[in-house]
Design a protein around this ligand. Structure first.
Ligand code: DAT
Length: 171
């Protein structure tokens, strides 16, 4: 049985992990958090002093995931999307959160100063949406509001329906 690969992307704090894990559980797909995968496998190629975070070794991340992606049925969660092979994903969702909500979420995560401001700007400039539109066919890129628990439920229902339809069409 063929199953789709779903990419969930967006600025840190928009709700990718919350949605991605619940979606994978409801749809019986597997869930991969690329940030966690990199941490576990130390898939880094240096350290960014300005942003105070390790630099992802994108080639090693791709090597690590290739076999699982080829099998299908994977929900991938990451705050970047331009380095994955385009062929991996059947649909891409960019979660969007209003500033006031995002600010509170990032602050309660302990973000302050430049890190907090940069992430808020990333959302204002819709950086991830543009990155997704440039990296994948526009028809497969969808923005979803991610402000409230009601948004989360609606997004889950909508994506579940899409997955069911994809399975009917492709099996
Ligand atoms: P991300 O994985 O994009 O960094 P997350 O899933 O860790 O984001 O969520 C960040 C915080 O926001 C977390 O405390 C859960 C909360 N949250 C996520 N989606 C939400 C939604 N739709 N409504 C309200 N809160 C949400």
């Amino acid at each position: 049985m063929r199953r789709p690969n779903v990419l969930i992307t967006g600025t840190p704090g928009v709700g990718k992990t919350t949605l991605g894990k619940e979606l994978a559980s409801r749809a019986g797909l597997s869930y991969i958090n690329v940030g966690d995968l990199a941490k576990e496998g130390e898939l880094y190629e240096g350290f960014d002093e300005e942003y105070d975070c390790p630099i992802l070794d994108e080639d090693r991340v791709i090597d690590e995931l290739e076999d699982r992606m080829r099998e299908g049925g994977v929900v991938v969660d990451y705050h970047g999307c331009d380095f994955f092979p385009e062929r991996w994903f059947h649909i891409v969702f960019v979660l969007r959160t209003d500033n006031s909500f995002l600010y509170d979420r990032l602050e309660s995560r302990g973000y302050t100063g430049k890190k907090l401001q940069d992430n808020i700007q990333c959302e204002i400039f819709q950086t991830l949406y543009e990155e997704a539109m440039e990296s994948y066919k526009k028809e497969i890129v969808h923005q979803l509001p991610s402000n409230t628990p009601e948004d989360l439920e609606r997004n889950l229902d909508q994506i579940m329906q899409w997955i069911e339809q994809w399975m009917k069409d492709n099996n």
